[in-house]
Design a binder for this molecule. Structure first.
Ligand SMILES: [Zn+2]
Length: 99
């Protein structure tokens, strides 16, 4: 019996081309936060070595969303309030003390 099969290593075949293998890479992740472009260097991703399809690490995405979304992942231990930044007012009426 020549039934020796090499145990397939734990590889993720590409869902797009079904030929390539998703390779773990670190890329620079771009995302928009409102009108601000956020770049995250060394972001874990999986890149297909054939068609170049990208898949991002789910945990990393969640982590990123938690960081970028101030409403998510509120700290429960340290309830430290950060006061809003004072905005420079223009045209503040000031009483002129003339004495
Ligand atoms: Zn592919």
């Amino acid at each position: 019996m020549n039934d020796i099969e090499h145990a397939t290593p734990d590889v993720d075949l590409c869902n797009e081309c079904h030929a390539g293998v998703m390779q773990p890479r670190q890329i620079t992740y771009f995302t928009w936060l409102g009108e601000e472009l956020i770049t995250v260097p060394h972001f874990p991703a999986w890149i297909c070595d054939v068609c170049g399809r990208r898949e991002y690490d789910e945990k990393a995405i969640q982590w990123l969303n938690m960081i970028l979304d101030p409403n998510a992942g509120k700290p429960t231990k340290n309830q430290r309030r950060t006061p809003p930044l004072p905005r420079p007012r223009t045209g503040t009426p000031r009483p002129i003390q003339d004495s």
